[in-house]
Structures are given as structure tokens and as C-alpha cells.
Design a protein around this ligand. Structure first.
Ligand SMILES: [Mg+2]
Length: 188
């Protein structure tokens, strides 16, 4: 069984937010320079402003219309021939409805679990487990994830973290970083 994250792995929330924030703020930040998973650090603005910007962004694009990361859906389709696929996301409760609609559109019949976000101030919810705990409970062998904080203090020997390569996880050195083509080569 393979567990996979959504944002930064299947869905390009980060690119959509970056373009929107650049437009609103008149800035020209580049995707490849987004070296922190927390965009308030990349933009040098407060988290409150990030949340407000994202609410405005959400009015226009929501979560259902966000761009899909190149190769993600084709790769998951291929992986489904050999593995059971599940989604573990730390999107907050207020985004559950949109996330279910998105799942039904793009990855129907794939189970969806909600976790804490490790050191992710924008994510998670009450009474949730960590991604690692959920993956353990459901018996996943791999967890595909872009948030480098999820890999810190990793305890499970049964689950192998697959770091989906993004500019904000360049600092991950104890795990190999993969794009979707490389994941397919590794797991098939
Ligand atoms: Mg993510």
C-alpha cells in the first residue's frame, strides 16, 4: 500500500498561490526560490497575511480547480496496477468538502484520511493523528510527501518515506528526493 499527500505532490497549490500572491502584491517571486514549506518565510510576511491571501485566492480558484502536478495522475494510475493507493492530507476541516469533490473527480474510490500537519501552521485539525501514525495503522509501506518536517524524527521501520522533490525540501539529505517518473522507476 502507498499513502500519498495531495498538496505539493499531486496538486500544485503552491504554484497557484505564488502566482496569485505575486499578482496581488506586485512581486516577482520565483517558484524555484521557495525554499521554505511555510510561505510566510519565503514572502517575508506574516502567516495571517498568507491566510488572508489564500482566502481571496480560494474565492477565484478554490481547491477543486487547482492545477495538477505534471505526471502525477498518470503515475498514480500506473501504481494502482500494483499497489493499493490511499491519500493522507492535513488539509483543515473547512476544506474537507472541496477535497472530497476533488477526490471524486480525479481519484475516485481512493480512500482519504486527514492527519496533523507536521510543523505546518496552516494545516491539521482537532483529534487527528500524524501522517506516520495513520500510515502505520492502515498498513502502508510508503508515504509520498513534500513537507520536509514530516520526515524529521521518523520512527516507523515499516513505512518508507518518499520525498517528493520540491524547492522547499532541498535540505532533506537523509532521504532521496523523487519526481513522479523516478517514483515509478523505483516502485514498479
Ligand atoms: Mg504537501
Amino acid at each position: 500500500m502507498i499513502a500519498t499527500d495531495i498538496d505539493g505532490v499531486i496538486v500544485d497549490w503552491f504554484g497557484n498561490f505564488l502566482n496569485f500572491a505575486n499578482l496581488i502584491m506586485g512581486t516577482n517571486y520565483q517558484y524555484e526560490n521557495m525554499h521554505d514549506h511555510d510561505f510566510s518565510t519565503n514572502f517575508n510576511i506574516s502567516r495571517e497575511i498568507i491566510i488572508i491571501l489564500d482566502r481571496i485566492r480560494s474565492c477565484q480558484y478554490g481547491l477543486v480547480k487547482l492545477p495538477i502536478i505534471k505526471g502525477a495522475l498518470r503515475a498514480i494510475e500506473k501504481l494502482r496496477e500494483k499497489y493499493i493507493i490511499v491519500i493522507i492530507t492535513s488539509r483543515r476541516d473547512e476544506f474537507k468538502e472541496e477535497t472530497s469533490i476533488w477526490r471524486d473527480m480525479y481519484l475516485p474510490n481512493i480512500p482519504l484520511f486527514y492527519s496533523n500537519g507536521a510543523n505546518n501552521p496552516y494545516a491539521g485539525g482537532e483529534r487527528r493523528q500524524s501522517k506516520e501514525e495513520i500510515a502505520n495503522d492502515i498498513g502502508a509501506s510508503y508515504l509520498i510527501e513534500d513537507n520536509p518536517n514530516e520526515f524529521e524524527n521518523w520512527k516507523s521501520k515499516n513505512i518508507e518515506p518518499i520525498c517528493y522533490a520540491q524547492p522547499w525540501n532541498l535540505g532533506v539529505t537523509n532521504y532521496k528526493r523523487y519526481n513522479w517518473d523516478q517514483i515509478l522507476k523505483y516502485l514498479l
